[in-house]
Every structure is written in structure tokens, then in C-alpha cells.
Design a protein around this ligand. Structure first.
Ligand code: SAM
Ligand code: SF4
Ligand code: SF4
Length: 371
């Protein structure tokens, strides 16, 4: 078998300037892009480090002991993150998701959450604040996170079988500790807890039904994520993607399902309820069913670049403006102009770009901008 080549192009070294437009784009709480999509959701990566080495995200061969992470001075400070978040809220963001890397590895993350919880939209409403975590530190931190103002968490868990899970996180981390984290999150009121399972054909598809059985009737929403071609290091292959439609058929063979309406605009998961009232599941079909049409998410990297798409090759450097002494008005104007120029819809175009995948196309790593 031919050896898999994993090209590593360091996107951290490249950035687009975030120009302040001559004509100010003042925040009105509603800015739309080239395809008419509003800006509603901001994902903030607070660290590029992680204590797991999930093969689909930070494969060991690349993220090894010689890998150089960002130095602390390159990271946005909590004050810088909060200032940018305030300006994004003024442009219409309503939901903030903290991610990474592993966000709970960022020291004193509760302080950042407290600062973000104090922000308001132009209409005076607080943002919804959530966090995505691998759950490894959650049992210890859930209560403090809740007290700081975090509302919900999403915990990633790819299976209940210990051997399968230890293999997928590739650092031999046990399922039981993640389950303890999920329980602590529920007990702390970080509800409803969502659990994300990335499904890789040939690796953990036999964990789908055990996961469904385990989380039914618990109030926890289990979401199945199609394995995505993010980044350039995971050696992604289409034949390892298990389409969500197959996941749904499998679950429905044991537990009949009924479709639910989306709760919010731009929701990534298709929602299905157990017909017997035992709760719901979500299907995130990023590969087989593009949802770019109403994608309202911006992503802020650990060092302050804003990415307009998970598959973008480049981000716009807001840190340069922050550290160059730009005013709030100028930074807000730059954010508005960047969003107005956005036309990204990678997943919709994936088919026609197929020849491009795997060829080292310059793409940013998921661990750098978060999911
Ligand atoms: N470390 C945290 C965690 O794992 O939850 C937060 C960051 S992680 C990049 C965010 C989400 O992206 C996780 O739910 C993870 O499973 C998902 N993810 C990472 N690589 C992926 C891939 N290639 N395809 C689909 N989902 C992926
Ligand atoms: Fe770490 Fe999350 Fe990526 Fe796994 S998916 S390597 S836990 S950042
Ligand atoms: Fe949004 Fe890009 Fe994903 Fe499409 S591919 S849904 S534009 S992040």
C-alpha cells in the first residue's frame, strides 16, 4: 500500500491584512455578506494546544514533540478577546463558542468567560456562551465554568468502547473520565449538554448504536458528525466518511425517529426525535449535505485572525489592528467590511473542487481555529 503523505503547510505564518475601509461600516447589529448571510455566531479558539491526539484532527505524526505551538505572547489576551467579542456583538453576533485546541487547557478560562458574560448586544441582551471540550478536565472545572457564566457545553466523545476511544484520542485516555465530565456538567446545570461523535467508517461506526442507547432518555443531545476534510494533516479520504443518512437508518432500525424543525437559523445539525419521547439526536452532514446557505459563523484564531470559513486558506489579522492602537470604530469597521466581502461556501463547492483535495491545498488546521 502506498504510504500516506501528510503535507503540512503552516497557515499561521500567512495572514491577510484587515484593512480599515475608507467608508466606515458602522455596526448596526446586522451586517450581511455577499450571499445575504448575517453574522450571528463567533467561535473563538483560545489555545492551539491539546492533550489529545485525535487522528482526524491532530495526528501524532505531525503534532509530535518537535511541533512548535504559538508562544504565549502571540495569543490574544482575555482583554483583547473580550474587546473583539464586543465589536462582533455590535455587528449582530448572538452566540459565542469557546474552542481550540482544548479550551480548558487555557489557564484561568473562567475569567474570560466572566468577561464575555458581561457583554451585551446592541439590543441589550447578553450573548449565549458555550464551549466545546474533549471533556478530560470537565469533571474538575464544570462548576467554576457555570459560576463564571458559561451556559452550555458540547463534549466530544467518539465511542463508549474503551479500546476504540483510547485508540481514537491516541493518548490512551479512558471513556470513564469523559463520562464523569459529562455528568459533572449536567449536575452543574450546563444544560442541555450536547455530545459530539465524529463517525469514521471502519473505525467507530459500530459505536453508533451503543452511544444512542446510552444517551437516550438522559436529556443529553447526541450529535453525529461526518468526518470532514478539514486541515491538511489528517489524510482524509471520502471512503472513510459514513453519510449521516446511514447513521439515521441504523438508529431508526432500533429506535423509530421523527424529524424536528430547526430551533435557530443557521443550525448545523438536522434534528431528529425518538418517536417514544426519549429525547433527540442531531446529524451534522458537513460532507454529504452542505449547509453553507445559511452559514453565519466567523472564527477567531488563537492569535487573532478572523476566518470566514472552516476551509479558508487565510485569515484576516485583527491582532495587528488591536496592537497597532486602532480605535474601536476602526476595528468594528474592518470587521464589518470583512464580513460584507465574504462569499465562502466550500462545502457546497466541494464536489467541483474534488480534484483539489489531498493535493496540499492550503487549508487551516481545525486545532488552530476550532470546530
Ligand atoms: N478539543 C475540543 C474538542 O475536541 O471538543 C474542541 C476543539 S475540536 C477541534 C472541536 C470539534 O471538532 C470536536 O467535536 C471534534 O470532534 C471536531 N473535529 C475535529 N476534527 C474533525 C474532523 N476532521 N471532522 C469532523 N469533526 C472534527
Ligand atoms: Fe484535541 Fe479536540 Fe482536536 Fe481531539 S478534536 S485533537 S480533543 S482539539
Ligand atoms: Fe460555513 Fe464554510 Fe462550512 Fe460552508 S464550508 S458551512 S461556508 S464554514
Amino acid at each position: 500500500m502506498a504510504e500516506r503523505v501528510i503535507p503540512l503547510v503552516d497557515q499561521r505564518l500567512t495572514a491577510l491584512r484587515a484593512p480599515v475601509p475608507a467608508q466606515a461600516v458602522a455596526p448596526t447589529g446586522h451586517v450581511t455578506d455577499q450571499l445575504g448571510r448575517p453574522l450571528r455566531d463567533l467561535r473563538i479558539s483560545v489555545t492551539d494546544r491539546c492533550n489529545f491526539r485525535c487522528s482526524y484532527c491532530m495526528p501524532k505524526e505531525v503534532f509530535d514533540k518537535d511541533y512548535t505551538y504559538l508562544p504565549h505572547a502571540a495569543l490574544l489576551s482575555f482583554e483583547e478577546i473580550t474587546r473583539l467579542a464586543r465589536l462582533f456583538l455590535a455587528h449582530g453576533v448572538r452566540k459565542i463558542r469557546l474552542t481550540g485546541g482544548e479550551p480548558l487547557l487555557r489557564k484561568n478560562i473562567e475569567i474570560l468567560i466572566g468577561q464575555l458574560a458581561g457583554l451585551r448586544t446592541l439590543a441589550g441582551t447578553p450573548p449565549e456562551i458555550t464551549l466545546t471540550t474533549n471533556g478530560s478536565l470537565l469533571a474538575r472545572k464544570a462548576r467554576a465554568l457555570r459560576e463564571a457564566g458559561l451556559q452550555r457545553v458540547t463534549v466530544s466523545l467518539d465511542g463508549l468502547d474503551d479500546a476504540v476511544f483510547r485508540g481514537m484520542n491516541d493518548v490512551d485516555f479512558p471513556v470513564a473520565e469523559v463520562l464523569a465530565g459529562i455528568e459533572a456538567a449536567q449536575a452543574a446545570g450546563l444544560a442541555p449538554v450536547k455530545v459530539n461523535m465524529v463517525v469514521k467508517r471502519g473505525t467507530n461506526e459500530h459505536e453508533i448504536l451503543p452511544m444512542a442507547r446510552h444517551f437516550r432518555g438522559t436529556g443529553i443531545v447526541l450529535r453525529f458528525i461526518e468526518y470532514m476534510d478539514v486541515g491538511a494533516t489528517n489524510g482524509w479520504r471520502m471512503d472513510e466518511v459514513l453519510p449521516s443518512a446511514e447513521v439515521r437508518r441504523l438508529i431508526a432500525s432500533e429506535f423509530p425517529l421523527v424529524p424536528l424543525d430547526p430551533t435557530v437559523e443557521g443550525e448545523t445539525a438536522e434534528r431528529w426525535a425518538y418517536a417514544d419521547g426519549a429525547g433527540e439526536i442531531g446529524l451534522v452532514s458537513s460532507v454529504t449535505q452542505a449547509f453553507c446557505g445559511d452559514c453565519n459563523r466567523a472564527r477567531l484564531s488563537t492569535e487573532g485572525k478572523v476566518y470566514l470559513c472552516l476551509f479558508a486558506g487565510n485569515g484576516y489579522d485583527l491582532r495587528e489592528l488591536l496592537r497597532g492602537g486602532a480605535s474601536d470604530e476602526d476595528i468594528a469597521s474592518a470587521i464589518g467590511a470583512i464580513w460584507q466581502g465574504r462569499a465562502d461556501r466550500y462545502s457546497q463547492l466541494r464536489g467541483s473542487l474534488a480534484a483539489d483535495t489531498g493535493s496540499g491545498r492550503r487549508r487551516v488546521e481545525m486545532s488552530y481555529i476550532g470546530g
